[in-house]
Design a protein around this ligand. Sequence first.
Ligand code: URA
Length: 244
Amino acid sequence: MERLDKILASQGTSSRKDVKEIIKSGRVAVNGKTVRDSSFKISENDTVSLDGKELILKKHIYLMLNKPAGVVSASDSKSEKTVVDLVPEKLFRSGLFPAGRLDKDTVGFVLITDDGDFAHRILSPKNHIVKTYEARLDRPLSKEQLELIQNGIMLSDGTVCLESRVKILENGDNPLVKIQICEGKYHQIKRMFAAAGNKVISLKRTKMGNLNLDESLKPGECREITPEELLKIELGKIFSDFEQ
Ligand code: URA
């Protein structure tokens, strides 16, 4: 059950304030009956109409956030700012959570949704959805280190990672590399480079599946993901979609 004004505002066409006015003026009906109370609670099976025309309400919302550093990947925290705190009011609804975590100091693409099934599908290691990162390293990356990481490196606690792909984007003392992995173990990328004898000094997630981070989003900004883009995430699977 969710408030009528919240549901209507989260469709993305009007602000919460405008929605309240529209409801007050008697233009909105739930199951055919006019409702003037913004706090009226509706459930999934209710039909909502505006000026007599039934609205197709989006059941779930999917957001792309360009996560800044210093924000935690959680829904709520007593002491720290969370990724969900960054969702603007007009896109906010209850039940939002990040589908996959980035470390506090990692920046880039975080998907925020209220759709648990979708989150499960893209996060399940069984589905092998590729996540792409750019990592700045503390020292030059040797050929041996690169191969160890690509072939499925063993982490310090004995965990063995699946294959990954690494491409050097910038050479030098602090190379910039692109790395693609298809699982999401705790601190995985930092631990993979550490196990190979290198060190990640900064990390950005640039892509989930086949969907790139929208670089027009400034750090801290988010926007809705379109249905076509959602499909791009789910279709970006291991091997065929590793970039060369
Ligand atoms: N791997 C890490 O080490 N950190 C992240 O935030 C994401 C992947």
